[in-house]
Design a protein. Structure first.
Length: 291
């Protein structure tokens, strides 16, 4: 097994080849002897879901070569392996964002890693601003499509690719968000009495919230919600052929759609209030993953 401590620092953080992934994978396998079936990438406030998993093993980001470390205070980067609803899962805690200054390839690197470790399904959650006027704070939105308004992709620079990869939009490789899993998950939400809707998520770079003019434009383009994450991970997962479910918690009306300024504390408050419902929902979503 390769000793990760002997690996030299990467000169170009945008290029990970299979060998690099093997090194990262080998470092993780020193901690954990089994392979996960599903990855859960949890947005703000949901990291604690890992607490309800059984038989957990924590692998700190610092132990994994090339793993991106979150620069946001209190967001420790780590992988937590455990069993949730009889499914072997890996939680990706402390995701990083493009606005933290990482190249998009590095933002998506944890997805490549968990896929290489065995996960072929991914649930990804986030907090988002509501653009659809009927989405009150606390609404849950299953993501059925996205707008890539950061105009970045982890596929850039990955070398010569077969044409089928270049043609990897909704058409050629199937939808980004699995319709069947989404429908089952929606039923779980309804059974729990939650206000669950569907919609299109617009990914913006951040780190500042959008301007009113940007929200007006995104509304006209067909976005129902807006946020600063998720799409890089989904683009990566789709390239790898993973089955993906996306879930947004609407924490606030997007800029200009309510009186008063947008406030990060409001976002955290709503996430906090939603936490218990979301934890139940996520467990149900894991239960129905396989249909
Ligand atoms: N905009 C962008 N990201 C967000 C928002 C928002 O209004 N709310 C939560 N994350």
């Amino acid at each position: 097994m390769t000793d990760p401590t002997t690996v030299p620092a990467r000169s170009d953080p945008t290029v990970y080849d299979e060998e690099d992934l093997d090194v990262a994978g080998a470092a993780v396998r020193q901690h954990i002897g089994w392979t996960p079936d599903m990855a859960l990438i949890l947005g703000s406030g949901l990291g604690q879901l890992a607490d309800v998993a059984r038989d957990t093993t924590v692998v700190p980001a610092a132990d994994i070569p090339d793993y991106p470390e979150s620069t946001v205070e209190g967001h420790h980067g780590r992988l937590v392996f455990g069993v949730l609803e009889d499914t072997r899962v890996v939680f990706v805690q402390g995701r990083v964002h493009l606005y933290e200054g990482y190249p998009v390839q590095q933002v998506a690197m944890p997805v490549r890693l968990v896929h290489a470790l065995g996960a072929d399904r991914m649930l990804v959650t986030n907090s988002a601003g509501g653009i659809d006027r009927t989405f009150d704070p606390g609404t849950l939105m299953f993501i059925t499509g996205h707008l890539n308004m950061a105009f970045a992709s982890p596929g850039v620079g990955s070398g010569a690719m077969p044409a089928r990869r270049l043609a990897g939009g909704d058409g050629a490789r199937g939808p980004f968000y699995d319709p069947a899993w989404t429908t089952r998950a929606e039923q779980v939400a309804l059974d729990l009495g939650l206000d669950a809707r569907r919609g299109t998520y617009a990914w913006t770079l951040g780190p500042s919230y959008e301007t009113k003019a940007e929200i007006r434009a995104l509304d006209r383009l067909g976005a129902d919600a807006v946020g600063m994450s998720t799409v890089p991970e989904v683009l990566q997962a789709h390239r790898l052929g993973m089955t993906v479910l996306g879930l947004s918690t609407i924490t606030n009306p997007a800029a200009g759609l309510a009186s008063g300024a947008l406030d990060h504390d409001e976002v955290l408050d709503v996430s906090e209030r939603m936490r218990e419902d979301l934890m139940e929902l996520v467990q149900g979503i894991v239960r129905v993953a396989e249909g």
